[in-house]
Design a protein around this ligand. Structure first.
Ligand code: UD1
Length: 378
Protein backbone atom coordinates (compact mmCIF):
# COMPACT_ATOMS: atom_id res chain seq x y z
CA UNK A 1 0.00 0.00 0.00
CA UNK A 2 1.23 3.47 -0.86
CA UNK A 3 0.67 5.95 1.94
CA UNK A 4 1.16 9.50 0.73
CA UNK A 5 1.58 12.58 2.90
CA UNK A 6 0.90 15.87 1.09
CA UNK A 7 2.74 18.77 2.76
CA UNK A 8 1.08 22.12 2.08
CA UNK A 9 1.03 25.45 3.87
CA UNK A 10 0.44 28.40 1.56
CA UNK A 11 -2.40 29.44 -0.74
CA UNK A 12 -0.93 28.35 -4.10
CA UNK A 13 -0.24 24.91 -2.64
CA UNK A 14 -3.89 24.42 -1.72
CA UNK A 15 -4.76 25.15 -5.35
CA UNK A 16 -2.24 22.57 -6.62
CA UNK A 17 -3.26 19.96 -4.04
CA UNK A 18 -6.81 19.76 -5.46
CA UNK A 19 -6.17 18.00 -8.79
CA UNK A 20 -3.51 15.72 -7.32
CA UNK A 21 -5.65 14.62 -4.36
CA UNK A 22 -8.59 13.97 -6.69
CA UNK A 23 -6.44 11.95 -9.11
CA UNK A 24 -4.95 9.90 -6.28
CA UNK A 25 -8.41 9.23 -4.85
CA UNK A 26 -9.51 8.04 -8.28
CA UNK A 27 -6.41 5.91 -8.88
CA UNK A 28 -7.25 2.81 -6.92
CA UNK A 29 -9.85 1.14 -4.81
CA UNK A 30 -10.41 3.92 -2.29
CA UNK A 31 -8.60 3.21 0.94
CA UNK A 32 -6.94 0.09 -0.43
CA UNK A 33 -3.89 0.71 -2.62
CA UNK A 34 -3.41 4.42 -2.10
CA UNK A 35 -3.98 6.27 1.08
CA UNK A 36 -3.42 10.00 1.44
CA UNK A 37 -3.12 12.42 4.34
CA UNK A 38 -2.75 16.18 4.20
CA UNK A 39 -0.30 17.85 6.57
CA UNK A 40 -0.81 21.64 6.77
CA UNK A 41 2.17 23.52 8.16
CA UNK A 42 0.04 26.54 9.09
CA UNK A 43 2.27 28.96 7.13
CA UNK A 44 -0.96 30.59 5.93
CA UNK A 45 -3.52 30.77 8.72
CA UNK A 46 -5.89 33.61 7.79
CA UNK A 47 -9.20 31.92 6.94
CA UNK A 48 -9.29 33.82 3.65
CA UNK A 49 -5.87 32.44 2.60
CA UNK A 50 -6.38 28.91 3.92
CA UNK A 51 -9.69 27.51 5.23
CA UNK A 52 -11.81 29.00 2.47
CA UNK A 53 -9.65 27.21 -0.14
CA UNK A 54 -10.23 23.86 1.56
CA UNK A 55 -13.98 24.55 1.64
CA UNK A 56 -14.36 25.97 -1.84
CA UNK A 57 -12.13 23.45 -3.61
CA UNK A 58 -13.40 20.46 -1.61
CA UNK A 59 -9.88 19.52 -0.47
CA UNK A 60 -9.29 16.67 1.98
CA UNK A 61 -9.22 18.21 5.47
CA UNK A 62 -5.73 18.35 6.97
CA UNK A 63 -5.06 15.34 9.18
CA UNK A 64 -2.49 17.45 11.05
CA UNK A 65 -2.10 21.24 11.19
CA UNK A 66 1.21 22.34 12.68
CA UNK A 67 0.03 25.94 13.13
CA UNK A 68 3.52 27.41 12.71
CA UNK A 69 2.27 30.88 11.64
CA UNK A 70 4.47 33.75 10.43
CA UNK A 71 8.06 34.44 11.49
CA UNK A 72 11.53 34.97 10.07
CA UNK A 73 12.54 32.36 7.50
CA UNK A 74 14.78 30.46 9.92
CA UNK A 75 12.32 30.40 12.80
CA UNK A 76 9.35 29.52 10.58
CA UNK A 77 11.17 26.80 8.63
CA UNK A 78 12.73 25.42 11.83
CA UNK A 79 9.35 25.04 13.52
CA UNK A 80 8.03 23.31 10.41
CA UNK A 81 10.95 20.86 10.37
CA UNK A 82 10.40 19.87 14.00
CA UNK A 83 6.63 19.56 13.51
CA UNK A 84 6.90 17.60 10.26
CA UNK A 85 9.33 15.14 11.77
CA UNK A 86 6.75 14.29 14.40
CA UNK A 87 3.95 14.20 11.86
CA UNK A 88 5.90 11.73 9.71
CA UNK A 89 6.58 9.53 12.75
CA UNK A 90 2.86 9.51 13.44
CA UNK A 91 1.71 8.91 9.85
CA UNK A 92 4.66 6.80 8.62
CA UNK A 93 4.13 7.80 4.98
CA UNK A 94 5.76 5.75 2.23
CA UNK A 95 6.11 8.94 0.17
CA UNK A 96 5.97 12.67 0.89
CA UNK A 97 4.62 15.03 -1.79
CA UNK A 98 5.71 18.66 -1.73
CA UNK A 99 4.48 21.48 -3.97
CA UNK A 100 6.06 24.59 -5.46
CA UNK A 101 8.62 26.77 -3.74
CA UNK A 102 7.53 28.03 -0.33
CA UNK A 103 9.18 27.52 3.04
CA UNK A 104 6.65 24.70 3.58
CA UNK A 105 7.99 22.98 0.43
CA UNK A 106 11.56 23.09 1.64
CA UNK A 107 10.67 21.97 5.17
CA UNK A 108 8.60 19.03 3.87
CA UNK A 109 11.36 17.84 1.55
CA UNK A 110 14.15 18.26 4.08
CA UNK A 111 12.32 16.63 7.00
CA UNK A 112 11.37 13.63 4.85
CA UNK A 113 14.81 13.24 3.24
CA UNK A 114 16.48 13.20 6.68
CA UNK A 115 14.07 10.44 7.74
CA UNK A 116 14.82 8.45 4.54
CA UNK A 117 11.26 8.85 3.33
CA UNK A 118 11.10 9.26 -0.47
CA UNK A 119 10.09 12.75 -1.58
CA UNK A 120 8.36 13.77 -4.81
CA UNK A 121 8.41 17.46 -5.81
CA UNK A 122 5.54 18.84 -7.88
CA UNK A 123 6.58 21.88 -9.94
CA UNK A 124 10.23 20.81 -9.94
CA UNK A 125 12.86 22.52 -12.09
CA UNK A 126 11.49 26.06 -12.05
CA UNK A 127 14.25 28.65 -11.85
CA UNK A 128 14.34 32.44 -11.84
CA UNK A 129 18.15 32.29 -11.53
CA UNK A 130 17.79 35.03 -8.89
CA UNK A 131 19.09 33.73 -5.58
CA UNK A 132 17.90 36.86 -3.78
CA UNK A 133 14.40 35.35 -3.87
CA UNK A 134 13.66 33.03 -0.94
CA UNK A 135 11.63 30.91 -3.36
CA UNK A 136 14.66 30.29 -5.59
CA UNK A 137 16.63 28.88 -2.65
CA UNK A 138 13.63 26.73 -1.74
CA UNK A 139 13.34 25.40 -5.31
CA UNK A 140 16.99 24.50 -5.71
CA UNK A 141 17.34 22.92 -2.27
CA UNK A 142 14.06 20.99 -2.61
CA UNK A 143 14.97 19.58 -6.02
CA UNK A 144 18.35 18.40 -4.80
CA UNK A 145 16.98 16.45 -1.80
CA UNK A 146 13.96 15.01 -3.63
CA UNK A 147 13.80 11.53 -5.17
CA UNK A 148 11.23 12.17 -7.88
CA UNK A 149 11.12 15.49 -9.73
CA UNK A 150 7.79 16.14 -11.41
CA UNK A 151 8.45 18.94 -13.88
CA UNK A 152 5.73 21.01 -15.56
CA UNK A 153 7.57 22.02 -18.74
CA UNK A 154 10.51 21.10 -21.01
CA UNK A 155 12.23 24.31 -19.78
CA UNK A 156 12.03 22.99 -16.20
CA UNK A 157 13.35 19.59 -17.38
CA UNK A 158 16.32 21.39 -18.98
CA UNK A 159 17.16 23.18 -15.70
CA UNK A 160 17.07 19.86 -13.85
CA UNK A 161 19.31 18.22 -16.47
CA UNK A 162 21.82 21.09 -16.17
CA UNK A 163 21.98 20.46 -12.43
CA UNK A 164 22.63 16.74 -12.91
CA UNK A 165 19.10 15.68 -11.92
CA UNK A 166 17.81 14.28 -15.24
CA UNK A 167 17.59 10.68 -14.01
CA UNK A 168 15.09 11.59 -11.30
CA UNK A 169 13.00 13.93 -13.48
CA UNK A 170 9.69 13.28 -15.23
CA UNK A 171 7.80 15.68 -17.49
CA UNK A 172 4.18 15.60 -16.31
CA UNK A 173 2.65 18.96 -17.33
CA UNK A 174 1.36 21.63 -15.02
CA UNK A 175 -1.23 20.92 -12.33
CA UNK A 176 -2.30 24.57 -12.43
CA UNK A 177 -3.80 23.87 -15.86
CA UNK A 178 -5.85 21.10 -14.20
CA UNK A 179 -6.81 23.38 -11.32
CA UNK A 180 -7.98 26.24 -13.55
CA UNK A 181 -10.50 24.08 -15.40
CA UNK A 182 -11.92 22.66 -12.18
CA UNK A 183 -12.11 25.90 -10.18
CA UNK A 184 -13.76 27.80 -13.02
CA UNK A 185 -16.60 25.31 -12.99
CA UNK A 186 -17.34 25.98 -9.30
CA UNK A 187 -19.69 28.60 -8.00
CA UNK A 188 -18.28 30.43 -5.00
CA UNK A 189 -19.43 32.39 -2.00
CA UNK A 190 -17.44 35.29 -3.50
CA UNK A 191 -19.78 35.53 -6.49
CA UNK A 192 -22.08 37.97 -4.65
CA UNK A 193 -19.09 40.08 -3.61
CA UNK A 194 -17.85 40.08 -7.19
CA UNK A 195 -21.19 41.28 -8.48
CA UNK A 196 -21.09 44.04 -5.83
CA UNK A 197 -17.85 45.42 -7.29
CA UNK A 198 -19.78 46.61 -10.33
CA UNK A 199 -17.20 45.45 -12.86
CA UNK A 200 -19.67 43.85 -15.26
CA UNK A 201 -19.30 45.38 -18.70
CA UNK A 202 -16.35 47.54 -17.60
CA UNK A 203 -12.86 47.55 -19.06
CA UNK A 204 -10.83 46.81 -15.98
CA UNK A 205 -7.32 45.73 -14.97
CA UNK A 206 -6.58 43.33 -12.14
CA UNK A 207 -3.48 43.72 -9.95
CA UNK A 208 -1.83 41.66 -7.19
CA UNK A 209 1.38 42.32 -5.23
CA UNK A 210 2.64 40.11 -2.42
CA UNK A 211 6.29 39.13 -2.81
CA UNK A 212 8.89 39.93 -0.16
CA UNK A 213 10.92 41.96 -2.65
CA UNK A 214 7.84 43.95 -3.80
CA UNK A 215 6.67 44.93 -0.32
CA UNK A 216 9.84 46.55 1.05
CA UNK A 217 9.76 50.25 2.04
CA UNK A 218 12.05 50.91 -0.96
CA UNK A 219 9.89 49.23 -3.63
CA UNK A 220 6.25 49.34 -2.48
CA UNK A 221 5.76 53.14 -2.85
CA UNK A 222 7.03 52.84 -6.43
CA UNK A 223 4.64 49.99 -7.11
CA UNK A 224 1.71 51.90 -5.67
CA UNK A 225 2.58 54.85 -7.92
CA UNK A 226 2.78 52.39 -10.81
CA UNK A 227 -0.68 51.00 -10.09
CA UNK A 228 -2.13 54.52 -9.83
CA UNK A 229 -0.67 55.41 -13.24
CA UNK A 230 -1.91 52.16 -14.78
CA UNK A 231 -5.38 52.63 -13.24
CA UNK A 232 -5.73 55.83 -15.26
CA UNK A 233 -5.62 53.70 -18.46
CA UNK A 234 -8.77 51.77 -17.48
CA UNK A 235 -12.24 52.37 -16.13
CA UNK A 236 -11.24 50.48 -12.99
CA UNK A 237 -8.19 48.79 -11.56
CA UNK A 238 -9.06 46.14 -8.96
CA UNK A 239 -6.40 45.26 -6.38
CA UNK A 240 -7.16 42.38 -3.99
CA UNK A 241 -4.71 42.83 -1.11
CA UNK A 242 -2.62 40.04 0.39
CA UNK A 243 -2.34 40.55 4.19
CA UNK A 244 1.43 41.02 3.94
CA UNK A 245 0.91 43.87 1.45
CA UNK A 246 -1.82 45.43 3.60
CA UNK A 247 0.64 45.53 6.53
CA UNK A 248 3.46 46.87 4.35
CA UNK A 249 1.18 49.61 2.96
CA UNK A 250 0.28 50.73 6.48
CA UNK A 251 3.96 50.82 7.39
CA UNK A 252 5.47 52.51 4.34
CA UNK A 253 2.55 54.69 3.09
CA UNK A 254 0.44 55.33 6.21
CA UNK A 255 -1.79 58.05 4.77
CA UNK A 256 -2.28 56.49 1.33
CA UNK A 257 -5.75 56.68 -0.17
CA UNK A 258 -6.59 54.94 -3.41
CA UNK A 259 -7.81 57.15 -6.27
CA UNK A 260 -11.48 56.65 -7.17
CA UNK A 261 -10.98 54.15 -9.96
CA UNK A 262 -8.50 52.00 -8.01
CA UNK A 263 -10.55 49.58 -5.91
CA UNK A 264 -8.73 47.79 -3.10
CA UNK A 265 -10.48 44.67 -1.81
CA UNK A 266 -9.93 41.62 0.40
CA UNK A 267 -8.31 38.50 -1.13
CA UNK A 268 -10.73 36.27 -3.05
CA UNK A 269 -11.19 32.53 -3.47
CA UNK A 270 -9.84 30.67 -6.48
CA UNK A 271 -12.93 30.48 -8.70
CA UNK A 272 -13.79 34.18 -8.23
CA UNK A 273 -10.19 35.15 -8.89
CA UNK A 274 -10.14 33.09 -12.10
CA UNK A 275 -13.33 34.73 -13.36
CA UNK A 276 -11.79 38.12 -12.63
CA UNK A 277 -8.61 37.19 -14.50
CA UNK A 278 -10.57 35.82 -17.47
CA UNK A 279 -12.69 38.95 -17.83
CA UNK A 280 -9.92 41.51 -17.20
CA UNK A 281 -8.34 43.55 -19.99
CA UNK A 282 -4.95 42.88 -18.40
CA UNK A 283 -3.37 41.43 -15.26
CA UNK A 284 -0.54 43.23 -13.43
CA UNK A 285 1.20 40.97 -10.91
CA UNK A 286 4.33 39.79 -9.14
CA UNK A 287 2.80 36.31 -8.63
CA UNK A 288 4.01 33.29 -10.59
CA UNK A 289 0.62 31.58 -10.35
CA UNK A 290 -1.30 34.56 -11.71
CA UNK A 291 1.05 34.96 -14.68
CA UNK A 292 0.25 31.41 -15.64
CA UNK A 293 -3.47 31.60 -14.92
CA UNK A 294 -3.71 34.73 -17.06
CA UNK A 295 -1.95 32.94 -19.94
CA UNK A 296 -4.17 29.85 -19.58
CA UNK A 297 -7.26 32.10 -19.73
CA UNK A 298 -5.96 34.22 -22.63
CA UNK A 299 -5.53 37.49 -20.67
CA UNK A 300 -2.36 39.51 -21.30
CA UNK A 301 -0.13 39.99 -18.25
CA UNK A 302 2.43 42.57 -17.13
CA UNK A 303 4.83 41.06 -14.61
CA UNK A 304 5.94 43.50 -11.91
CA UNK A 305 9.32 41.81 -11.46
CA UNK A 306 12.60 41.68 -13.29
CA UNK A 307 12.47 38.00 -14.24
CA UNK A 308 10.04 35.10 -14.49
CA UNK A 309 10.12 31.33 -14.11
CA UNK A 310 7.26 31.04 -16.62
CA UNK A 311 9.23 31.85 -19.76
CA UNK A 312 6.64 30.18 -22.03
CA UNK A 313 4.15 33.01 -21.42
CA UNK A 314 6.75 35.61 -22.44
CA UNK A 315 7.75 33.63 -25.54
CA UNK A 316 4.07 33.47 -26.55
CA UNK A 317 3.71 37.25 -26.33
CA UNK A 318 1.21 36.92 -23.46
CA UNK A 319 3.45 38.30 -20.71
CA UNK A 320 5.94 41.12 -20.45
CA UNK A 321 8.54 41.51 -17.70
CA UNK A 322 8.38 45.14 -16.66
CA UNK A 323 9.88 45.61 -13.17
CA UNK A 324 8.23 48.01 -10.73
CA UNK A 325 9.00 51.57 -11.98
CA UNK A 326 5.94 53.53 -13.15
CA UNK A 327 7.23 54.70 -16.55
CA UNK A 328 8.65 51.31 -17.55
CA UNK A 329 5.47 49.48 -16.52
CA UNK A 330 3.23 51.96 -18.30
CA UNK A 331 5.21 51.63 -21.52
CA UNK A 332 5.22 47.84 -21.26
CA UNK A 333 1.48 47.83 -20.61
CA UNK A 334 0.67 49.99 -23.64
CA UNK A 335 2.93 47.99 -25.92
CA UNK A 336 1.49 44.70 -24.70
CA UNK A 337 -2.13 45.77 -25.18
CA UNK A 338 -1.23 46.89 -28.69
CA UNK A 339 0.47 43.70 -29.84
CA UNK A 340 -0.74 40.77 -27.67
CA UNK A 341 -2.09 37.90 -29.78
CA UNK A 342 -5.86 37.32 -29.66
CA UNK A 343 -7.21 35.53 -26.59
CA UNK A 344 -8.07 32.30 -28.37
CA UNK A 345 -4.51 32.10 -29.73
CA UNK A 346 -3.08 32.63 -26.23
CA UNK A 347 -5.33 29.94 -24.76
CA UNK A 348 -4.13 27.48 -27.41
CA UNK A 349 -0.46 28.37 -26.82
CA UNK A 350 -0.88 28.02 -23.05
CA UNK A 351 -2.45 24.59 -23.42
CA UNK A 352 0.48 23.57 -25.60
CA UNK A 353 2.94 24.85 -22.97
CA UNK A 354 1.25 23.57 -19.79
CA UNK A 355 -0.93 20.69 -20.91
CA UNK A 356 -4.65 20.18 -21.29
CA UNK A 357 -5.45 19.59 -17.64
CA UNK A 358 -4.12 16.03 -17.40
CA UNK A 359 -0.97 16.69 -15.34
CA UNK A 360 -2.40 15.10 -12.19
CA UNK A 361 -3.04 11.90 -14.14
CA UNK A 362 0.59 11.85 -15.30
CA UNK A 363 1.72 12.55 -11.73
CA UNK A 364 -0.22 9.54 -10.44
CA UNK A 365 1.35 7.39 -13.17
CA UNK A 366 4.84 8.63 -12.22
CA UNK A 367 4.17 7.96 -8.52
CA UNK A 368 2.90 4.50 -9.37
CA UNK A 369 5.99 3.73 -11.44
CA UNK A 370 8.20 5.09 -8.67
CA UNK A 371 6.48 3.03 -5.99
CA UNK A 372 6.99 -0.12 -8.02
CA UNK A 373 10.69 0.58 -7.94
CA UNK A 374 11.04 0.94 -11.68
CA UNK A 375 12.33 4.53 -11.41
CA UNK A 376 16.02 5.25 -11.61
CA UNK A 377 17.73 4.90 -8.24
CA UNK A 378 19.23 7.97 -6.59
C1 UD1 B 1 4.46 32.67 0.73
C2 UD1 B 1 5.60 32.14 -0.12
C3 UD1 B 1 5.47 32.69 -1.54
C4 UD1 B 1 4.09 32.46 -2.11
C5 UD1 B 1 3.07 33.07 -1.16
C6 UD1 B 1 1.67 32.93 -1.62
C7 UD1 B 1 7.68 31.68 1.10
C8 UD1 B 1 9.09 32.10 1.30
N1 UD1 B 1 6.91 32.51 0.36
O1 UD1 B 1 4.69 34.06 0.94
O2 UD1 B 1 6.41 32.05 -2.36
O3 UD1 B 1 4.01 33.08 -3.38
O4 UD1 B 1 3.23 32.41 0.11
O5 UD1 B 1 0.83 33.77 -0.86
O6 UD1 B 1 7.29 30.65 1.58
N2 UD1 B 1 0.49 36.75 6.69
C9 UD1 B 1 -0.76 36.95 7.19
N3 UD1 B 1 -1.64 35.89 7.24
C10 UD1 B 1 -1.30 34.65 6.81
C11 UD1 B 1 0.00 34.45 6.31
C12 UD1 B 1 0.87 35.51 6.23
O7 UD1 B 1 -1.13 38.04 7.60
O8 UD1 B 1 -2.14 33.75 6.85
C13 UD1 B 1 1.41 37.90 6.61
C14 UD1 B 1 2.28 38.03 7.83
O9 UD1 B 1 2.51 39.38 8.07
C15 UD1 B 1 3.59 37.41 7.39
C16 UD1 B 1 3.64 37.79 5.93
O10 UD1 B 1 2.26 37.73 5.50
O11 UD1 B 1 4.66 37.86 8.11
C17 UD1 B 1 4.50 36.89 5.08
O12 UD1 B 1 4.10 35.53 5.28
P1 UD1 B 1 4.85 34.31 4.56
O13 UD1 B 1 4.76 33.10 5.39
O14 UD1 B 1 6.23 34.70 4.09
O15 UD1 B 1 3.93 34.07 3.31
P2 UD1 B 1 3.77 34.89 1.95
O16 UD1 B 1 4.32 36.25 1.97
O17 UD1 B 1 2.33 34.73 1.60
Amino acid sequence: MMRIAHVVGARPQFVKLGPVARAIAAAGVPGARWQQDVVHTGQHYDPQLSERFFDELGLPAPRINLGVGSDTHGAQTGRMLAGLEQAFVELSPSLVLVYGDTNSTLAGALAAAKMHIPVAHIEAGLRSLNRAMPEEINRVATDHVSDLLLAPTPAAMAHLAREGLAARSRLVGDVMADAVGHSLSLSSPDDARLAGLGLAGRRYALATVHRAESTTAAVLPDLVGTLERCAAEFETLLWPLHPRTREALRASLPGWRAPDNLIVCEPLGHSAMLRLIRDAAVVLTDSGGLQKEAFLLGTPCVTLRSETEWVESVQAGANVIAGSRPQAVLEALRALLHRAPPRAALVALAARAYGHGDAAMHIVAALDEFSRGTSDER
